[in-house]
Design a binder for this molecule. Sequence first.
Ligand SMILES: Nc1ncnc2c1ncn2[C@@H]1O[C@H](COP(=O)(O)OP(=O)(O)O)[C@@H](O)[C@H]1O
Ligand SMILES: [Mg+2]
Length: 309
Amino acid sequence: MIDTENLTRKFGNLTAVDNVTLHVEKGEVFGFLGPNGAGKTTTVRMLCCLIGKTGGQARIGDFTVEKEEDCLKIRKIVGFLPENVGLYDSLSAYRNLDFYGKLYEVPEQKRQENIERLLRLLGIWERREDSVGTFSKGTKQKIAIARALIHEPQVLFLDEPTANLDPEAAKTVRDFILDLKKEKTTIFLNTHNLDEAERLCDRIAILKTKLIVVDSPKNLERSLYNRKTIVHLDIVSDDVLAAVKQLDAVKNVKANDNKLILDVDDPEKENPGIVKAIVQAGGNIQYVTELRSTLEDVYLKLIREASVK
Ligand SMILES: Nc1ncnc2c1ncn2[C@@H]1O[C@H](COP(=O)(O)OP(=O)(O)O)[C@@H](O)[C@H]1O
Ligand SMILES: [Mg+2]
């Protein structure tokens, strides 16, 4: 649905987006993660034909982000939630959506249907006549997402949809994104919130001007760190330590108070043997847990490595 090849944008001497090649499937929720200034907004603005690119190729569906006639078509099939919401505070929720629907040339009947459906979905239908200026930040953000959806776009670009929202409002916005995901809308989600990316996205790209990696949240967590098995004992005796060190399955052992921290490639397969060896060496096991790297560990490592290069 979205394809780029060596997509590049320079502002004078500054390269904001450097040779980004990526592919987003139809119906996928694709997370675009990176620190401030990584080039996330610039990428999305190029993909929505709001600014030009200075190198490479990009396609949305069957259309090319270069040709003027295609750009008009792209604008019709994409919805964009910008960083700054930009609704008309003095107009009602309904009128805001109606106005944008008209801009997108959505026929009147369809416009009414879509406004009602979206406002009901978001739980603000009852307040449709209230002017937007009276709504909370979270509700405004929901209306802005509804606005991005008024013309039933095939691809929805969300630029940091929960930034600056309180936790409760952020949750309602995330739940709405999950609803859209169920309806198979293709979503391109710019965020620097790792937890959000992990919960919502099928795949995540990490960007720092250049694309660093693209993979599923699970694979990112798995690929970069060993999983560790933690064995809690009443006491870590020399016999227990010696027994564990002998095992081939254990790559590295650290003893920490009454815990053993073991590097293990395949815990499901190897933990039973490890437990047996500890018991045979006279160890009293209290419980066994697992330490996994989080997406945050992976993200910080990759961003740090990218900074050094
Ligand atoms: N219109 C512009 N003119 C000059 N520099 C810009 C412009 N827009 C963005 N930049 C620069 O491009 C880089 C990427 O910005 P941006 O895409 O907004 O990053 P992000 O959205 O990931 O925070 C930053 O260094 C920013 O200052
Ligand atoms: Mg941005």
